[in-house]
Write a protein that binds this ligand. Sequence first.
Ligand SMILES: [Fe+2]
Length: 213
Amino acid sequence: MTMKPPKPRNFAAFPTLISSYDLKGHECEQIVIDMIETYEKTGDHALVHEGQSSRIIGNEMFLNDKRLVSLWKTIQSCCDEYSEETGIDYTLIDTSWFNRLAKYGSVDSHRHERSVISGAFYPKCENGSAPLIFESPLQHYAMNISFIKQTRFSAYSEVFVPADGLLILFPSWLRHSVPKNQSDKRYTIGFNTVWSGIKNSDESWLGWSNNDW
Ligand SMILES: [Fe+2]
C-alpha cells in the first residue's frame, strides 16, 4: 500500500517584518494635524501626484519640532521595539516630513535610500483614503512560477488601509506605493532612521527646532 504523505512541517523562510501600531488619541494628535494644515513650506514632490509635501530639500526634520517631542519619543520607542523583534541594531529617527494627498492623489513606487527602518504615521485619514501597498522583493526571482491561488507564499503585495493614528514601520529597502486616493484628506508623516547603536527612546534627540514655520 502506498504511504500517504504525513502532515508536513512548513517553514515560512526569510520573513519581512512590517509592524503597525494604533496611536490614536496620542496627546500630539491635534497639534500635528494643525501643523500639517497650516504649514507654509510645502511644495511638489517628484513621487507625489495631486498632493503637497514638506519634503522639498531632502533633510527635513518635521518631527523635531518642540511641540512634537512626545510624539517623537513614542515613535522612537516603536522603532526600538522593531529593532528588538528583528535583531536590527538600534536606529534613531533622522529625517521626517509630511505629505497631504488630495483626492486622486497618489505616490509612485519607491524605497527609502540611506535609511534602515522607515515609517508612515497617519494623523488624519478620511474614509476612502488610499492604501499603502508594499511589493514583495521575491517577485523578481519567481519568473517561472504561476500561482493559481492566494496563499501566504504567493502574495506579491501586502496592503495596509490607513486610519487615524495608525503607525506603520517597515524596512527601508522594501518598495511601496500609494494608488489613487479617494478621500479629501490623507495626511502622512514619513520618516527615516539611521544607525545609532544605542536604545534611544528616552534620552536621545537630534535637537528640537524652534517655531520657524
Ligand atoms: Fe515611502
